[in-house]
Design a protein around this ligand. Structure first.
Ligand code: SF4
Ligand code: SF4
Ligand code: SF4
Length: 317
């Protein structure tokens, strides 16, 4: 059986290569196109730096999709996309602009929004990537653009475990604590405005005077990476941090449930080999969904496409 599946996969891969056409090139470029549209719509009216955010992100994902189509290592394209997006978000926004996209920072900016009515760029990131965007692409940000996962995906771990569901509830207190910490700081009189909120005329390309936000950025991200690596080793799963710890994952779950883009069965082709389940980084019972001819509505799906690319009979699209 294994040999048949391996042969089938080889045929599928070769056929896939031959069928490559203009439509597939265009498919890869959709994200770049979206990045260009967002850059022009917000870069010209609000902040020119958006050109250095949305276009590189769109281009990175397009490159990842392109590599995925031509490279036999079926995860390489997405890993490269994650890495390129991470470099842009961490170097340009984090180090050069002193912009912290973590959830704690969002509370400071939300408080600023409540007080002034000004919707700043950290909130724009949240609105697009984590609140409204997931209504369309679910947790696509987790699969293709998260700077925390970018490091975790490269860890040399031989994955062989499913994380028990009860452990994933740890995310709930983590989310509550993540929201409470900045709230307590604000209530205690912490001068978040002068330490975090950038000037109405922000420096470009370097902004170096909001040191408080930069310290939170460094401390927060280093903690996330350390916890992420430890959890990945302990649970033998690169995405253990996403399943167990990441508070942001909970914020995206509701929208992901009803998002437009979902993996779904393609006809009645499933031969129940279980390969999709083995390849799913988020422990979803993909086989069960596809066998029952249901869309994958799990809010854990990060649209990584591993199940699609590894299915020997193209039963998932
Ligand atoms: S769950 Fe959190 S850490 Fe994992 S990819 Fe999504 S946002 Fe990143
Ligand atoms: S969907 Fe594809 S990979 Fe998953 S069990 Fe069915 S045939 Fe196997
Ligand atoms: S269901 Fe498929 S696309 Fe979704 S996370 Fe699992 S492998 Fe990735």
């Amino acid at each position: 059986m294994r040999r048949i599946l391996a042969a089938h996969e080889e045929i599928r891969y070769n056929g896939f290569m031959k069928k490559t056409n203009l439509k597939q090139y265009l498919h890869c470029l959709i994200l770049l196109f979206i990045g260009i549209v967002l850059s022009f719509s917000m870069g010209l009216s609000r902040w020119i730096g958006f050109f250095f955010v949305f276009i590189p992100i769109g281009l990175s994902i397009s490159i990842g999709l392109f590599i995925d189509q031509y490279h036999k290592n079926l995860k390489l394209g997405r890993k490269i996309s994650l890495t390129l997006v991470a470099l842009d978000l961490l170097v340009f926004l984090g180090i050069m602009q002193h912009e912290n996209l973590q959830i704690e920072e969002t509370v400071f900016y939300f408080a600023y929004f409540i007080n002034t009515g000004i919707f700043t760029r950290v909130l724009i990131h949240y609105a697009i990537a984590k609140i409204f965007g997931p209504l369309i692409w679910g947790r696509g940000y987790c699969g293709w653009g998260c700077y925390t996962a970018a490091l975790l995906e490269w860890l040399p771990i031989n994955e062989n475990k499913i994380i028990p569901k009860k452990i994933t509830y740890i995310r709930i207190p983590v989310l509550i604590i993540s929201l409470l910490i900045p709230f307590i700081f604000i209530q205690s009189g912490y001068d978040y405005y002068n330490s975090h909120i950038y000037s109405p005329v922000p420096g470009f390309p370097l902004q170096n005077y909001k040191i408080g936000q930069f310290i939170w950025f460094l401390v927060g991200n280093i903690m996330y990476y350390i916890i992420g690596i430890i959890l990945a080793i302990v649970f033998k799963k690169r995405r253990a941090f996403c399943k167990i710890w990441c508070p942001v994952s909970l914020i995206m779950k509701l929208q992901t449930r009803i998002s437009l883009i979902k993996m779904k069965p393609s006809g009645n082709k499933c031969i129940e080999c279980g390969k999709c389940n083995n390849e799913c980084p988020m422990d979803i019972d993909v086989k069960e969904y596809i066998r029952n001819r249901h869309k994958i509505i799990s809010s854990e799906c990060i649209l990584c496409g591993n199940c699609v690319r590894n299915c020997p009979v193209k039963a998932i699209v």
